[in-house]
Write a protein that binds this ligand. Structure first.
Ligand code: M6R
Length: 368
């Protein structure tokens, strides 16, 4: 049942190329337009939306953070991302022109369910991004985008997460299509780039052994830090969460630019820092990230950089490089998260922990 793997989690990590491909199936009409079957909101209702609030917990929350970058860039609609457990208690400003997007792998997370009930009482439309057919959250929502990851057994979300990202990209592109934004021409290109992701993910997975070796070198570590910028920032947070959940190691993710505002004081001789380096582009993101990496390195950190293939300037500031195939910055999370999942899975295994059922955690959290 684990296809020869020691853990469901590891099996699910390796299923990701397939899960992404399945989540993209049937989303295009013959004329190349995007279609989302269970959207159930009319084009006019979607055009009337002037604000999106994404609510989710844990790993799904990080998918929501990535979605913010994508939706704001492609659709020019303001997006807030909020932990579902906090949402109701701040008396959020909602009305019929607000779209609330609830992201939940299980569809049963109590915090998220209560949050969507609150939103619907305020007349907002709710769209669920969910992996579990017929679960409570999609049943109580106005519209659904189902992810097609298949059942996720490991408590740590992996293929659930990457398929949530795919659903978020599709939603962003669909909204751009309906609204006819100036990024309309880009839609077909991005869909093609998404369709190439399963192949790129397989390339990353083919190099799993390198990540495993690195992970085994970190048994006994007390603190591991993660750095990212832009869409790589939520991936830094996700990498840290995986390590906490599975290896019970203190881990934290930071935005590269935030380091100098405090966290850099944590850096100690030999402290591992995993850095998600944005692809080289015309903007300053890449350079800014490299200077943050230089800063931690100058203070003794051991830097492990996830960087685009052939990125020599990243290699120059890295003690170890994990190469990622070349993709646009907004899609890089789909690839960058994979080595971080492998790292946490292998490190926890080497420490003798139960990876599929970490202590104190349940697969779906049905109490508030
Ligand atoms: O089923 P959900 O997506 O609503 O679950 C949300 C979180 O409980 C979940 O992502 C949790 O953080 C995972 N253990 C992360 O690996």
């Amino acid at each position: 049942e684990k296809d020869g793997h020691d853990w469901f989690m590891r099996k699910e990590i390796f299923e990701q190329p397939h899960a992404v491909a399945d989540s993209l199936l049937g989303r295009r009409t013959r004329t190349g337009e995007l279609q989302l079957d269970e959207m159930r909101l009319s084009d006019q209702e979607l055009r009337d939306i002037d604000k999106i609030i994404i609510i989710a917990a844990g790993t799904s929350f990080y998918a929501g953070m990535v979605a913010k970058y994508a939706i704001e860039h492609w659709c020019r609609i303001p997006v807030e991302v909020e932990l579902s457990s906090e949402f109701r208690y701040r008396d959020p400003i909602l009305d019929y022109s607000t779209l609330v997007v609830a992201i939940s792998q299980s569809g049963e997370t109590a915090d998220t369910l209560q949050a969507i009930r609150h939103a619907r009482l305020q007349r907002s439309k709710v769209l669920a991004i969910c992996n579990t057919n017929g679960s409570t959250i999609p049943r109580e929502s106005d519209a659904v985008i189902y992810t097609h990851a298949g059942p996720e057994i490991g408590v740590a979300s992996t293929k659930g997460f990457v398929t949530q990202l795919v659903a978020c990209y599709l939603l962003a592109l669909y909204l751009a299509q309906v609204k006819g934004t100036r990024f309309g021409d880009e839609i077909a290109d991005v869909v093609h780039q998404l369709e190439a992701i399963p192949g790129h993910m397989s390339t990353v997975l083919d190099r799993a052994e390198e990540v495993y070796e690195l992970a085994r070198d970190h048994v006994g570590e007390r603190t591991v830090l993660f750095l990212g910028r832009h869409a790589g920032y939520p991936i830094a947070l996700e990498g840290a969460l995986k390590l906490k959940e599975l290896a019970y190691i203190h881990a934290e993710g930071f935005a590269g630019g935030e380091l100098k505002h405090g966290p850099i004081a944590l850096i100690d001789e030999g402290m591992p820092v995993l850095c998600v380096v944005p692809p080289k582009g015309r903007d300053q993101l890449h350079g800014k990230m490299l200077s943050a990496i230089q800063e931690v390195r100058a203070r003794g950190a051991r830097t492990i950089c996830l960087a685009e293939e052939g990125d020599r300037s990243a290699a120059a500031v890295a003690d170890t490089v994990i190469e990622l195939p070349k993709v646009p910055v907004l899609l890089q999370p789909l690839l960058a998260v994979v080595p971080l999942q492998l790292f946490a899975c292998e490190l926890a295994t080497a420490m003798g922990h139960d990876v599929d059922q970490p202590r104190n955690l349940a697969k779906s959290v049905t109490v508030e």
